[in-house]
Design a protein around this ligand. Structure first.
Ligand SMILES: Cc1cc2nc3c(=O)[nH]c(=O)nc-3n(C[C@H](O)[C@H](O)[C@H](O)COP(=O)(O)OP(=O)(O)OC[C@H]3O[C@@H](n4cnc5c(N)ncnc54)[C@H](O)[C@@H]3O)c2cc1C
Length: 299
């Protein structure tokens, strides 16, 4: 425990099922919640000196953590949850809930990020994945991103347009930790924005997004296929397909759920089985969207 210099909470053997939307995952060796930039810098430098890998955790809503957990240090960004509105500019801390931030901005008459209301996860995770829904993606609104590199240096960067793609960002190279970001927003009518946001949540409710622990879309919807992954999976008769406590949901082919006490390996086995069946029957190779994290070599 003494390896780390951190004012925020620092835990050992922290169960990761407590920090993922799947409610799945074994223990992380170390789990820290940095209180500020100084803490974050100390943690990553201390981990490197101790030869430990570091994983940056947002809301845990796109992750499948191994049953044997995560070796090394998990850094939970939840304390970086600032919200600053300056005219047409919105500055959000990376640990802020993207849905709460969208609601707060929309309620203050700032239009732009409202399409993300109802989506789980943080601003940092949404930027990492270039989160998208309802025909928009977060990169459409990003003005700049403040990042820390693994030496602890902080800089503000403008991400070149060609670094963003479908569920793709330069942050996926793993070289930078997102601290906060500036967004360009437009003036909008707060009542209309609230109404639009609530109807998006209704739409998610009707699609069964929150019914069981899950991590959203299991596979990417690569537009080259012309058909959503969920429909391909459905056509292959995989809705309701079950292994252990995990299942392809009966209401949406692209949502895999933790139905009753699923192990990470149950989910992974389902993902493999679905991808194999779709490739065999339709000739399309699905690309997994859910990220596998942690110590998969040991189960
Ligand atoms: C019910 C449900 C519905 C969903 N709907 C959608 C949807 O409509 N559209 C969509 O795109 N996704 C959707 N998702 C998936 C998920 O919510 C998004 O991918 C979300 O952006 C992940 O954010 P997170 O904070 O939970 O990231 P996490 O799952 O914690 O992490 C994801 C990745 O981001 C990295 N990361 C997180 N924060 C930082 C940071 N500060 N700096 C550097 N790296 C960081 C992590 O290291 C990891 O590699 C849904 C998920 C669920 C459970």
């Amino acid at each position: 425990m003494n390896i780390f210099n951190c004012k925020g909470p620092l835990l050992e053997r922290e169960p990761m099922w407590n920090h993922t939307s799947f409610s799945i995952g074994g223990n992380s060796d170390f789990f820290a919640v940095p209180a500020d930039l100084e803490d974050l810098r100390n943690l990553i430098v201390d981990a490197r000196h101790a030869n430990l890998e570091t994983f940056i955790l947002g809301g845990g809503s796109n992750l499948l953590v191994a049953d044997s957990g995560i070796r090394g240090l998990v850094v939970d960004m939840r304390s970086f949850d600032s919200f600053e509105a300056q005219g047409r500019a919105l500055v959000l801390g990376s640990g802020s809930s993207i849905s709460d931030a969208a609601w707060r901005a929309g309620s203050a008459g700032m239009a732009g990020l409202d399409f993300l209301f109802g989506m789980p996860g943080t601003v940092g995770g949404a930027l990492w994945m270039n989160a998208r829904c309802y025909g928009a993606q977060i990169s459409d609104f990003v003005a700049w991103v403040e990042v820390m590199d693994w030496e602890g240096r902080v800089e503000r960067m403008i991400v070149p347009e060609d670094e963003w793609g479908y569920k793709k960002s330069l942050f996926q190279r793993g070289e930078l930790i997102i601290i906060r970001a500036g967004f360009d927003v437009a003036r909008g009518d707060s009542e209309a924005l609230r109404h639009a946001m609530l109807s998006k949540r209704e739409n998610r409710l009707s699609k069964g997004h929150y019914r069981f622990p899950c991590a959203g879309s299991a596979f990417k919807n690569n537009r080259e296929f012309g058909t959503p992954s969920g429909i391909l999976i459905d056509r292959c008769g995989m809705k309701g397909y079950r292994i252990g406590g995990a299942a392809v949901s009966t209401w949406h082919g692209n949502i895999v759920i933790n139905d009753r006490g699923a192990a990470a390996t149950d989910i992974e086995t389902i993902l493999l089985a679905v991808a194999r069946r779709v490739e065999a029957e339709v000739g399309i190779r699905l690309e997994r969207e859910i990220l596998l994290v942690g110590d998969w070599r040991n189960g």
